[in-house]
Design a protein around this ligand. Sequence first.
Ligand code: CIR
Length: 254
Amino acid sequence: KMFKQVIVKKPSSSYVNGLTTSDLGKPDYEKVLVQHDNYIQALKKCGVEVEYLLESDEFPDSTFVEDTAVLTPEFAVISNPGAETRNKEIIEMESVIKKYYDDIRYIKAPGTLDGGDVLQIDDHFYIGISERTNEEGAEQLKRILESADYKATIVPLKEFFHLKTGIAYLGNNQIIVAGEFVDHPDFDHYEKIIVTKEDEYSANCIRVNDYVIIPKGYEETKRKLNEAGYQIIELEMSEFQKQDGGLSCLSLRF
Ligand code: CIR
């Protein structure tokens, strides 16, 4: 699948006060901006158009745009983010997405859903149930997808924050997995690249056209992807990892 367009959003200076469960310390805002710029440059190298949204001080976590929507070639689904402080991020995103899509669907309360819990593998979507995505939200998305002839499987998470914290689709029926997804029956029929416990963070990588973008500092993951024949771009992600964010979270790709 070729991607033509991405949406990204500049981190605000309030980013350093956003939500996190990690104990990696407070992000350095100057470094955040450098790492975000490098992320955009990497996406451009992959050949996509980049829509760059300006920062919103009132939404510290809004640079993690992935959580606000699920995009398919045919329609967009505006999510209903499960974290109170993030929920209204969808207002701006809806107006942006309207420029690209006529057909827009919605996840509605009491359903909640974060885009980070949704993984597309060809015509099959996997929807995680997490702290952010509840059963009702997952069921709503499943119904929307199935009505458009996609397949959808709901995957209750045991440990991961979001579904895509521990899994990514590389293309050609191949996935990269960590932790609870290594032996998960739902993903048995894919060819797997397995990431070690220590390298778990690198399972959140993104295949964008001819490249796989991975976080810097995960030599073993890099070696495995190289051996599998992928062209790799490595990006320093330290300041996003501090706020529980990864490579997929920083963009909407379609
Ligand atoms: C949050 O807690 O919502 C943000 N600090 C991190 C969101 C990461 N998004 C993602 O995994 N899709």
